[in-house]
Design a protein around this ligand. Structure first.
Ligand code: ATP
Ligand code: MG
Length: 425
């Protein structure tokens, strides 16, 4: 036999036994986004590589070593999107959304691609939900975005299991000043830096603070704090955020080491973290990116947003036992012979028409009655409807409750719906 083809490393199938969890998350996201007046946007998975080089930054892990990029047959350089913020801004510029007040609050959901080292909570294809807002400066829209995410945790039963961390990176000038102080400190401690950090020290020193290497914990902990280098305006912005979060009852911690891995952030950055997922503990991350529209060739327009990792969130939902039940059929048809199968197909259509929310399954395979009953039982259905030779001849259907010990009853077809409604409700 020919060898079986399997999926590639770090990408996953979502199997039928798990898809209800995704539906649960997706429908919760849709409801919450709509209750905050956010509109969905769907951008392409494939974009010009240039989009990510110009937005995320050339000296970030994503662009340096994680993007799936290739040359198209005509020589165009293309990439699978590693994140969705750049595409949203690109689409907003391209379609004039930045000037349309009604289109300033967007959300998206979709797969992203990064060539990372696969492990629990870290995949090469992973799904994100994100929210983005354009055209609004100041801290209050940041609070709204954080409140929106907090509402999601509440609806998903996760509110007790995630913590909010915030920080400010200040303005570009603040960051330039902080960078030189940080570089001086890191140079003084260069013997304690790992290879990655030595490299970052030269290319993008703030990102040394973003290291995931535990051996670097001490040197990072003792580094100067960005908050000591904010100008008055930046400090006011950050204080405004904190005051409004307090007013709205959202607890937070300040984490001065939070710098985020992407280049386009300024002022507020934040992460929602959990202690329940081991090393991959950040479930949602975001911040303000006022310079991004300019970087992508448009007029400077404030921007702020976040993205959450759906796999990490689903792992959390499963781990702490808030997962919804696997949906099961209501009715399963057990059909003896071809005439009964055809008759059952018609009757199933009538039931679906009368009760569109019920799930009705017909066994079209024509197996023996015993094995069909086994399948009916395994399907989790509440009721088996049986059409055999006798039922065909008399125009009846036999109704068997699969979850209760009762006798099978045979009813005329005209009475079937009222009997079923009595059982299924
Ligand atoms: P991390 O620090 O965990 O690598 P990040 O800073 O690269 O995350 P972002 O680009 O901000 O992550 O993406 C937002 C969220 O998307 C993350 O907080 C995480 O929940 C999720 N995420 C990011 N990369 C992956 C991945 N490779 N696999 C699964 N989820 C991911
Ligand atoms: Mg990362």
């Amino acid at each position: 036999m020919a060898q079986v083809v399997k999926s590639i490393k770090g990408v996953h199938d979502v199997l039928p036994e798990n898809v209800h969890l995704w539906h649960f998350l997706e429908s919760t996201v849709r409801d919450v986004m709509s209750s905050y007046g956010y509109s969905e946007i769907r951008t392409p998975i494939l974009e010009k590589s240039e989009l990510f080089h110009r937005s995320i930054g050339d000296v970030t892990d994503i662009v340096e070593k994680e993007m799936y990029s290739f040359e198209d047959r005509n020589g165009d350089k293309l990439s699978l999107r590693p994140e969705n913020t750049a595409s949203c801004v690109r689409a907003a510029i391209q379609h004039g959304l930045l000037t349309n007040q009604q289109m300033h609050r967007l959300w998206y959901l979709g797969p992203q691609f990064r060539r990372e080292n696969p492990q629990r909570g870290r995949y090469r294809q992973f799904w994100q939900v994100g929210a983005e807002v354009y055209g609004i400066a100041g801290p209050y829209i940041e609070s709204e975005l954080i409140l929106l995410s907090a509402k999601l945790w509440q609806k998903l039963g996760l509110a007790e299991h995630v913590r909010l961390q915030i920080n400010s990176l200040g303005s570009k000038e603040d960051r330039d000043q902080y960078r030189s102080v940080l570089v001086e400190y890191l140079n003084d401690n260069v013997t304690d830096l790992d290879e990655d950090s030595k490299r970052r020290l030269k290319t993008n020193p703030l990102r040394v603070l973003d290291t995931k290497n535990p051996a670097m914990a001490n040197v990072v902990a003792a580094a100067p704090s960005v908050l000591d280098h904010l100008c008055d305006e930046s400090r006011e912005h950050f204080e405004g955020l904190q005051a409004s979060l307090k007013e709205c009852g959202v607890p937070f911690e300040i984490n001065t080491r939070l710098v985020r891995g992407l280049d386009y952030y300024s002022h507020t950055v934040f992460e929602w973290v959990t202690d329940q997922l081991g090393a991959q503990g950040t479930v949602c991350a975001g911040g303000r990116y006022d310079s991004l529209t300019e970087q992508l060739g448009a007029k400077l327009t404030p921007g702020v947003g976040w993205a959450l990792g759906m796999e990490r969130l689903l792992a959390l939902i499963e781990d702490i036992g808030q997962a919804p039940e696997v949906p099961q059929p209501d009715v399963y048809f057990v059909l003896a012979g071809n005439d009964a199968i055809v008759s059952g197909l018609g009757l199933a259509e009538e039931i679906r028409l009368a009760e569109p929310t019920w799930s009705v399954v017909t066994n079209c395979a024509g197996a023996g009655m015993k094995s069909q009953f086994k399948r009916a039982d395994k399907s989790g259905a509440a009721v088996a409807l049986v059409i055999g030779e006798g039922e065909m001849a008399e125009g009846t259907v036999s109704v068997k409750l699969l979850r209760e010990q009762t006798e099978q009853q045979t009813v005329p077809r005209a009475q079937l719906m009222s009997v079923l409604r009595g059982i299924i409700g």
